[in-house]
Design a protein around this ligand. Sequence first.
Ligand SMILES: *Cc1c(COP(=O)(O)O)cnc(C)c1O
Length: 393
Amino acid sequence: MRDQQVYLDYAAGAPLLPEVKTRMDEVGEGLVNGEYGNPSALYATGQRSRRLLDEARMQVALLIDAQPSEIIFTSGGTESNNTVIQAFQRQIIWTTPIEHPSILEPLRKFSRQKARFVSVDNEGRVSPKNFYRDPDPKYCPSLVSVMLANNEIGVIEPVREISMKCRSPKYKTLVHTDATQAIGKIPVDVNELKVDLLSFSAHKIGGPAGIGVLYVRKSAHVRPLLSGGDQERGRRAGTENLMLIAGLAKAAELARARLTEWDKVAGLRDQLRAEILREIPHVSCNSPKEGCLPNILNVSFEAIEGEAIQLMLDATGIAVSTGSACASSKLEPSHVIMAIRGDAEIAHGSVRFSLGLNTTESDIQKVMAVLPKIVAKLRDMSTLKAGEHDKES
Ligand SMILES: *Cc1c(COP(=O)(O)O)cnc(C)c1O
């Protein structure tokens, strides 16, 4: 049974893929039967676990064109990002104002004074021109961290161009990208991007939550966040979770095989955008038309709250989100929409529709059957006036 007839919140988490569940069940069976011992142990069942880890590392490495030894298993995108930021505390870090909170919050904690936020344009894109090598090594960043694609609006950042400007053996600037939203939607290749560090998480590609990846290029070293045993070659201590790692590996394998299917999703997303703009007045898009992930559409509805739209859509069985799930418990407007639009009312009126490979045209029709009425009803009750922004846009 499904509570939601229409799920359009894939950017917050994709449903667990059946093939992934089957694989985790197999490993779970083996764990019950004592077939998988501690991977650090030298006896046979420990070595069987070790082989499972090796194979999983290979699958994950294939997805991003890395070497298996460059893959560190973590508890998710959050841990991978925290690991990177804490490793560069008290050093100069260049980043953007639209990063995920799992970059921005550790930055605030560890190195606020040393962080420089490179501004984004009104589509959310940073310009590679704003990244340069200062002739004085004293002012050169130790780390540049720019997300590959934004989780709220879907804009794709020019990470390769930024890497080419920043990488300099002389100053040892490392480039990190948070690829959590991009992975599985667009090709992600660490050599093409020329990055040293890359984060992502399994549950955004149909794997289980609680497992993720930090890629660390062979030539780079990152001080571990968790110290203890020498699991993950001393780069992340703690006994490995075989079920989750096997699930991540299966999800990575499927993501790689299904990369070409996202064109169809982009078509549905474009259809949703066109219909919203046609059927509903005083709306504006926060997602760029070009250079955007195929599955994200962020729209601002003037004079009403995104949260109200979300609740009324939910009452009809449609799941969407406002900004990011992580920010939605706060009353502050989305930092991403504020950075590109600079208007709190527009930011409060934003809704994110995020599609997946299971989204159908009938899902889009179900949204369009109720959304115009919901917006009209909320505007009737609103004390604000729609149309005030038309002069500017
Ligand atoms: C979801 C997400 C994260 C956090 O991943 P978790 O698995 O929740 O830790 C980090 N960055 C981006 C861009 C995300 O979308």
